[in-house]
Design a binder for this molecule. Structure first.
Ligand SMILES: [Mg+2]
Length: 259
């Protein structure tokens, strides 16, 4: 009886839901920050954002809002009109997608192999993100080819829900589209706001931190790791049973999710 119970619990992982920015890829350093600075250059604006400045600005949700906030903090620069900010943001989005298509934004360590393994083992894949759908499409089709639409069964982007993360709405909608319950899923996130959103939706969550988020608190995460790891380059971090080196496979996720 005990063995049967253990088996059914171990078998209960049905879906893995990924965040995009910072989790699938370091889109901030390689994509968004690069694109913002490129537009500032093209518009002959007298400032550029360093990684340090950008880390602070990431507390502001949304690209247009971020630029507007920066200008209010720096009154010595010419203040841009809302139309100018919109125009800058549109060009920035265009440059970002071009950059993704060029291959300059690689997937993080272990992401490709875990996605493929989930797909092959019938674990459905979902995306829950506050970024724009076009950005998700560019990143996934660049790295998984035209079959990405078959591989990812549910894509819920930020503009589809009224409130962005840490509100759990984006996760609730993803669970709905996947047709599963929260305990049958496992979320992978890179930030505190993302972790909060997933946990509020009742989904066990693994955090793969990065240079933008390593200083944040990840209370409630099932594991906190440097990345997903591969057999050659295992990740390091704290799993449910302690510190160690890990390569995140479907079996590993099953055992952590059923705890
Ligand atoms: Mg993120």
């Amino acid at each position: 009886m005990a063995v049967f119970q253990e088996l059914t619990e171990v078998m209960s992982l049905k879906s893995v839901i990924f965040d995009v920015d910072g989790t699938l890829a370091d889109t901030e350093t390689q994509g968004h920050l690069w694109a913002f600075n490129r537009v500032f250059q093209l518009w002959n604006l007298p400032f550029r954002w360093t990684p340090g400045v950008y880390r602070e600005l990431l507390k502001i949700s949304g690209g247009k809002e971020r630029l507007a906030y920066y200008l209010t903090q720096h009154p010595k620069y010419r203040q841009l009109t809302p139309d100018e900010i919109r125009e800058i943001y549109e060009l920035k989005t265009h440059l970002f997608k071009d950059r993704v298509w060029s291959g300059a934004v690689p997937l993080r360590i272990g992401v490709h192999s875990l996605v493929v393994q989930c797909y092959e083992e019938g674990i459905s894949l979902g995306i829950s993100t506050t970024t724009h759908y076009d950005n998700v499409e560019a990143l996934l089709s660049r790295h998984f080819g035209s079959q990405w639409t078959r591989m990812f069964r549910a894509i819920v982007a930020g503009d589809e829900v009224p409130k962005k993360k840490p509100d759990p709405a984006v996760y609730f909608r993803c669970l709905d589209q996947l047709g599963i319950k929260s305990h049958e899923a496992l979320a992978i996130e890179d930030s505190q706001v993302g972790l909060k959103a997933a946990l509020q939706a009742g989904i066990p969550t693994i955090v793969t931190m990065n240079t933008w988020t390593y200083h944040q608190r990840f209370t409630g995460a099932r594991a906190i790791l440097t990345d997903l790891g591969t057999s050659h380059t295992p990740s390091y971090g704290r799993g449910p049973r302690g510190w160690g080196r890990y390569q995140i496979t479907v079996d590993q996720l099953r055992s952590w999710q059923s705890l």
